[in-house]
Design a protein. Sequence first.
Length: 118
Amino acid sequence: QVLLVESGGGLVQPGGSLRLSCAVSESIFSTNYDMGWYRQAPGKQRELVAGVTGGGGTNYAESVKGRFTISRDSAKRTIDLQMDSLKPEDTAVYYCNAKYKWTRTSYWGQGTQVTVSS
């Protein structure tokens, strides 16, 4: 059962923008789940980029504050990540995550590649 499907990755020049979207299964799109976008660059650990709680609160990694915006669209059942002013160091595979807030059971999407290069 596929619960999370990412889309929107690609190649962009430094300073450009991309919008990632995570389509979320109806079974886990609820206020009981905290959602987030993570990324993993080659040779590095996976890190949290941005998160949105079931209640709508958001948090961001220091490295993306002011450049990235996470949003939750209940009508479309998506978690979107708007990425502006992209830098080469933003290059990574980006993963969508859903975490059940009561047990911390975690679900992952398959990932989408973002490459920032001239």
